[in-house]
Design a protein around this ligand. Sequence first.
Ligand code: SF4
Ligand code: SF4
Length: 363
Amino acid sequence: MWYKPYGKTGKKISVISFGGMRFADPKDLDASAAVVLHGYRQGINYFDTAPFYCGDRSEDIFGAAVKQMKPGTFYLSTKCGVPDGGELRKSLEQSLKRLHAEKIHFFHIWCVTSLAAWEKRKSGGAVAAALKAKEEGLIEHVVISSHLPGNELRGVLEEGWFEGVTLGYCAINFPYREEALALAGRMNLGVVTMNPLAGGVIPRNAERMGFIKGPRDESVVAAALRFNISHDDITSALVGFSNVEQVDEACRAVENFRPYEQAHLDAVRRNVKESFNDLCTGCGYCLPCPQGVAVPKMMDSYNMKILMGQDPVQIRNRLKWHWNLKPSDAKACSLCGACEERCTQHLPIRERMKEIIDLPDET
Ligand code: SF4
Ligand code: SF4
């Protein structure tokens, strides 16, 4: 395993981190904890969970594994997504209990979906409560997890509250958060990337994604993980594991791996833009929309239809679970076409908006 420094914290974390949101059978505590322990034995030392993951079982699963792990050899990450400081404190105390831990090494201010939501985290006392818990020794590092676009997330990080950030970044949508990533690098913050495999889209489209493979990459999974961890500003790629085979595949990808050279990374970036000319890359050049429509989020969700067998349900799922939006949010679009003129991929945005508008919000 390869370990990188997590920002200025003095901690080194494994370049593959264990995400606890995809256990195959979360009701089976022992079987799920065995997958965590397998990752631990392979050298993974960063374990990420949250309340509500896997039917609210994920923290208990990690807690069962932690009892069998040597103290001081691993780091726990969990989260809280409420604005109220008192509620955050209760959530933290529950997490500590479930994880059988005296402290959380990386505690995330979680699910910051808009700048308005971010303001509420401060005014409601959540950020202050996390910092107080840090002073008391219950938290080692206060960090943030967010799907905000790069420019907005950059503004939040610039405020200087956090020692690290967890953000979505993968070979399909890398331009979307580049601004935040570059700033995190300049501020020497730790960066963990979520969805490095685009939530399973990359392995499910292995043939189409084949071009991201270099001569030493045995699979698109290996290539996609290496694309992330080769980036100087990325500390670790967070992978949600279901079974030991997936853990082994990810760990193999980084064994004896020398980071890609810049020329290869640049070629992959070029190829993504050229080979995916029907996909939104998340670059954000189409903004601003005069009607306030979140065009990149809408078009990113439309990507899922293209990549997942032309199934329109995938658009609604992506909007709901990834972006906290619904198809009817596209109704604000006046079909003016301003975004199309600016789109770097020359996408038929208005046509796609009409399709999204026609989808029901619920099944
Ligand atoms: S076409 Fe719709 S989404 Fe695009 S800029 Fe005009 S109003 Fe906004
Ligand atoms: S719709 Fe076009 S301009 Fe907008 S984020 Fe996607 S690729 Fe970029």
